[in-house]
Every structure is written in C-alpha cells, then in structure tokens.
Design a protein around this ligand. Structure first.
Ligand code: FEO
Ligand code: CA
Ligand code: CA
Ligand code: CA
Length: 565
C-alpha cells in the first residue's frame, strides 16, 4: 500500500489541510460515518427516545449512548467485538429544557444528567461500512454515577472513605468525569476519573479543608446535584469526594461484574492509564494528572504477571511514583511511601498531590494522555498547554517555574515529552527525556513559539491531548485547543487528529473535527481496518445538521479495505 505514500513519508495517505467548518474531513481514499451519537438507543425500548428539541427523557436516559464521548478501548470475545467508551461530562445547556437555563430544576433532571455520563459498553458488528452498534446485545451496559462499585488497595475501608450510606468505606457508588482510558494486559477496561471535584457542592456554611482545596473541592457544584442528592453535599457527606478521582477497572465482557476502584494508583484528576510491563514481569501503569502545575505518576506492582496467570493484587499492592525531570535531560521516578512523605498510606493515596509536593516532583504543563510505544521501550505524555504559569489553579500547589520539559513561560501551544527508561525497562526508576514535538506557529513566530523543527505550515496544531499508538508503532495525536484560527492560532483551524513517526519525527494531519469540537478517544477494529474516533462537544448542529449538537464516535476506514495509516 504505497500508492498514496508521499515522497519519504512513513504514511500511506496524503495529509489534509486545515478546516474551519462544521464537518469532518479525512484524507482522499478514506470514508467516515457516525457510529453512535449521544442519545442513540442501546436498547430497543429507547428507540426514538432522543428528540432534537428535548434531548433524552430522564426515564430512558440510561438506555442510550451518553454525552461527551472520550477515551475508549476495543475488546474481543470470540467473534464478538465490544467497545467500552467513556462519557466525560454533561452539557446542561444542551441537555436540559431551555427554561432550565443550564441548571437542573428537579431530582428528575439531576437523574438524567447522572445517567448520560459514565461508561458505555456496547457491541459493534462489521457490515462492511465501518461497523454498526448491536442494539440489545447481551454485552450492552451503562455504568453511571449510581452504579454500585467496590474498592481495593490501601485506602479501601479507611476512615477517609466512610460515609453515612457506607460506614465501612468499601462500597462506593458511581464513576464520574470519565476522561481517558486504558486497557489491562489481561483484557479489562480502565476508566479514569478526572474533574470529579466539580460534582460536589456545599449547601450550608463550610470552609474547605487543606486536602479539598488542593483538588478544587468546595463551593457550588457545576450540576447542582447537592441541592437534590445529599450524597453530593459536602456539608452532609464530607468524605464522598474521597471515593472519586481513581482509576476504575471494568470487565466489559461480563455485564454482571462489579467495577473496582484501585486506590493504590492514587487519587488525582486522572487523564488516562497506560499499562506496560517491567522486564521482570511487574505491572507498570503511567498516569497524568491534568491540571496546571500538577504531576506525572507511575504505579509499579509488587507481583508479576504472565498470560494466563491470576491478576489478584496486581493493581492493589504496589508502589506509586511521581516524576522528577531534570534540566540535563535526565529524570527519576520518586517513590511515594510513608517514609518519603510522612503520611500514612491512606492519606498519601487519597491526597497524592500533596504527597507528590513533599518529595519534590516536577510541576508540569497539564499532563494529558500517556502512550507507550509498542515497538520500543519509551513513552510519551501530551503536555497540553499552560496559559497561566505562576498562577496556582488550586490552593496548596507548588511553584510552576519554566523547567525541564516545560520550557516556555506562557504556553498556549503545548508539547509532547518522551522518556526512555534506563536499561530499556519500564520498571527502572531512572530515565532520559526529550521533547518529541513542541507545538507552535511558524507562520507567526520565529522564536520558540514557532515550535520544534517537525512543525511546519502544513501540519501545525495546538494543545495535544489524546494519544494512542497503533500496533505498527505510529503515534496518533488528538487536539483539544483553540480553534479560532485567529492571531497566534491562524492557520491551525479546527481541532484535529495527526499521526507522528517516532523515529523521524514526521507528523501528518489525518482528520479535522467540526468547529467547536475536540478530538478525543481512539481505538481500532481488531484488524486495524477501521478506526473509531471520539468527537466531543461539537459546535453548530453537527452531525445532524439540525437541532442540538451531538457528541459522537465516528468510524473511519479506507475505501480499498487496507489498514489505517
Ligand atoms: Fe478530560 Fe484532561 O481531559
Ligand atoms: Ca483530555
Ligand atoms: Ca484537554
Ligand atoms: Ca474534554
């Protein structure tokens, strides 16, 4: 498949230009369609539930695909293909009746908002045109803010976890703000709880504690849940937020299974979870905390694993590390333990940010997705941007000087840092690092805001966010940035998906999103002939061309049936 390959390019497609419209664009020879939109029925009793005027009624809101699609992964069970897909948040200005003005007015409306977030497990079937959702599949499942879960790891059952409804502190309900994803080596789904703080509010007078302040917890909840459900009222349930902000494991092949929140992996605003293996068989999970001035983490299990062996304890018994980057391009993973932090295990994991500050971790320009190269021992993290260096987003954070892989004072473009562990072993605590790309605008600037050498007029972008490697070792980059196409962003157009060659640094634009949308979430059919791509918070009335905008997962495939890329 070299016919369309540009001279000297690693990619078998002609890169596309920017777009500023309310449509999707893909390279010549490719097609796309919407696979599933917010409000589409997952069960036949919800056919027709969505209306362009009113959205989805409360009583069917957990029978349809959720809003604001994000991370997703593919699973295979015999000849069945299953996708697990996050719905990150709800947009009440779109979902609620116009007279609510974006604020729920009843418990019923709160219920609807809760139901259209969380995780969807669905089956897709290949009918030769980019797959279709199988309605009423036995695998279909919605996991919402109300789904019963369990926890494991050192913070499970600690005093910090106890609530009126759960005095043992071991049975939390719900997963929320499900941002990026991960897949375990044993074939389960990891959903990552990001901006959980915004779901909790205060109905009475109450000062935020130091730990709450570091996570931005307190004040008014963004969905007014606290007015209708005491679980979300900090005045009544101060420990409820401690039960969120975790990496949660779901078995998408067993609809009866109970999701597990893994406290050993630390509590912060999780972006995604990239699992790899140390050379000795231990499990390694790389994770970013997406907030200005927060940190990058990795978890290493104590136990080892090989195909077919039990997985007990692998995500509940291990060590959490936080990254320190040095200006000489070296770095190290600093262990968080009671000895290094002076905190007890439960405190240290629930308030991992404070633990990271105690050991001197490097403050970063918003760590979003981390992706590990399947063909060599290295990993990449999208540092999306940092508009307010020096301004601490939450009380108690550290100073955020220009340092290491965060080299620019004001950083509206973002960069991707790459690290290579010592001894080609993800279990090592030392690494070297470089910048794979520093985004910028070479048509506006001729200084460091022009970006690195692999950025040019034909491929420029800002705010890298989603990232995933395809099995052929190419790095796919999705953006969530400024799509005004004006001033410093002129010539960058709408948000987009690009692909990068790790060896040469070449980057090519593959897809552009409708104006207003970010591109987030990427997975493939098992034969890599179809890519599933998430389009979140589109503008206009995409994709229906009338009524409300609907976040959707789209399918992209090559007309000649060859693999993608
Ligand atoms: Fe949900 Fe940091 O993106
Ligand atoms: Ca993101
Ligand atoms: Ca983002
Ligand atoms: Ca988002």
């Amino acid at each position: 498949a070299t016919s369309a390959r540009a001279q000297g390019s690693a990619f078998a497609f002609q890169p596309i230009g920017i777009a500023t419209d309310f449509d999707i664009h893909v390279p010549q020879g490719y097609q796309w369609k919407t696979l599933v939109r917010w409000g589409d029925a997952l069960f036949s009793d919800a056919e027709g539930a969505y209306s362009p005027q009113n959205g989805v009624p409360s009583d069917l809101s957990d029978r349809v695909f959720g809003e604001n699609t994000d991370g997703m992964e593919t699973f295979v069970d015999g000849d069945k293909i299953i996708l697990a897909i996050n719905s990150e948040y709800a947009n009440p200005k779109i979902n609620l009746p116009a007279d609510a003005d974006g604020v729920p007015q009843s418990a019923d409306q709160v219920q609807m908002l809760k139901n259209i977030q969380g995780v969807t497990v669905l089956e897709v079937a290949d009918q030769g045109d980019g797959y279709q959702v199988v309605v009423d599949s036995p695998y279909t499942r919605r996991i919402t803010h109300e789904t019963q879960m369990i926890m494991d790891g050192p913070a499970n059952g600690s005093e910090l976890m106890r609530t009126n409804a759960d005095p043992e502190g071991m049975s939390p309900k719900g997963t929320m703000n499900n941002c990026g994803s991960g897949k375990t080596l044993w074939g389960t789904y990891l959903t990552c709880e990001e901006n959980f703080n915004g779901y909790f509010g205060v109905t009475g007078e109450r000062e935020a504690t130091e730990g709450e302040a570091r996570y931005g917890i307190g004040g008014e909840g963004r969905y007014a849940y606290e007015k209708f459900d005491a679980r979300f009222d900090l005045s009544k349930e101060p420990n409820e937020p401690n039960r969120h902000g975790w990496v949660t494991e779901i078995n998408p092949l067993d609809p009866q299974s109970t999701p597990v929140k893994h406290t050993a992996l630390g509590r912060f605003k999780h972006e995604n979870a990239e699992m790899v293996q140390a050379n000795d068989g231990r499990i390694v999970v790389y994770m970013g905390d997406d907030e200005r001035g927060e940190f990058m983490y990795k978890y290493v299990s104590n136990g080892t694993w090989a195909e077919g062996q039990p997985t007990d304890g692998l995500l509940s018994d291990g060590t959490l590390y936080v990254a320190k980057f040095n200006d000489d391009m070296s770095g190290e993973w600093l262990p968080l333990t009671p000895e290094t932090t002076g905190m007890d295990m439960a405190q240290m994991l629930v308030f991992a940010r404070m633990a990271g500050s105690k050991v001197g971790a490097t403050t970063m320009d918003r760590p979003e997705w981390i992706a590990a190269n399947p063909l060599r021992v290295e990993a990449y993290c999208a540092l999306t941007n940092n508009k307010n260096r020096g301004v601490k987003p939450n009380a108690g954070g550290d100073e955020t000087p220009v340092s290491g892989p965060n080299p620019r004072e004001t950083n509206n473009f973002g960069q991707i840092v790459r690290w290579r562990p010592a001894g080609e072993d993800h279990g090592a605590t030392d690494f070297t690092w470089d910048l794979y790309v520093m985004a910028g605008n070479p048509t506006v600037y001729d200084n460091k805001y022009a970006g690195s050498d692999n950025v040019n007029e034909g491929n420029m972008f800002n705010s890298p966010d989603g990232m995933a490697f395809s099995s052929d070792g190419m790095l796919w980059i999705q953006t969530d940035g400024d799509d005004s196409n004006e001033e410093q962003f002129e010539g960058q157009g709408n948000n987009q998906m690009l692909v990068g060659d790790p060896e040469t640094g070449e980057i090519a634009r593959f897809l552009t999103a409708p104006n207003g949308a970010e591109v987030t979430g990427l997975t493939w059919s098992p034969d890599r002939k179809v890519a599933f791509v998430g389009i979140q918070h589109p503008g206009g009335s995409w994709p229906d061309n009338a009524g409300k905008p609907r976040s959707s997962v789209i399918s992209v495939w090559r007309e000649d049936g060859a693999t993608i890329g």
